[in-house]
Design a protein around this ligand. Sequence first.
Ligand SMILES: [Zn+2]
Length: 326
Amino acid sequence: MPERSGRRSFLGHSLAAGAGLALPARWTLGQSIPPAPVQPPDSVRFAHLTDIHVQPELNAQAGMARALAQAQSRGATLVLNGGDAVMDVFAAGRPRAEVLKKLWRTTCADECSVPMRHVVGNHDILGWNRSKSGLAESEADWGKKFSAELLGLERTYHAFDLGAWRIICLDSTQPHGDSYVAYCDDAQADWLQRTLAQTPASMPVCVVSHIPILTLTMLTWDERKRADYEKPTEIPAAEMHTDGSNLHALFRKHGGVKLCLSGHIHLLDRCELDGITYICDGAVSGSWWKGPHRGMPEGFGLIDLKADGSFAHQYETYGWQATAAD
Ligand SMILES: [Zn+2]
């Protein structure tokens, strides 16, 4: 773990970066930081930080702190954690899980002075990979109980209002043997239907899931030989919601859903269908703190929600440069 000197220090470094001042060596800029977008009047700005994957290794805690500092310096009034907060408790044993829980909570408390909201990612679920974690259902905080404790959630799916908008946070991850697949289970699907039914169509809605409901990134993942051209493209059930068609139909029927945000893929895309925009944001951790992922630099989404139901999204890099492996 890198030497830490508190929240003020991290924020100070972020402001120094913005002013073009010298930075400590560990924060050498890897990519240029884009200019801050001008916030439209009558809008609320929040940051969507997904796939942080905080861990003791690779200076990840300093990277998380820097991303949080930049989000706040850009005027975000809320930080929405898109899931995969930690690296990793799905396949980890108890000692590692406790280290990561403390690291996540400490960094959030020390480095984020605006409210945070949370979506659960697959890496935040304790022990589901039984063979690797060595854990079992008998653990008191097995599975998503750990996630809820980690993130301070009463339930792993929830909704809240932000400005004129309603934000619906889904729980994408469902068990499948020692692994997982992506969909909303029955109880959550019922809750989602009820929540939308109670939301006037005139109220704009943003749906946030860790795993994408719809993404173009997974249509470009399997380059193949000519002999395989007649086989259909298959999207793994762990990489995109298998109930995505149902969810899209539900959103279209409601009429108020304007934006769906996700992460998990560590790549950035944007897809518009039937008046609904699906954006998958790149990862705060890039390639799990080892550098950009398939060319996509470490970063997060900065979103302005306007009262008229329109929005603006910008992907913000934060100048992170991966350190050499520990
Ligand atoms: Zn994930």
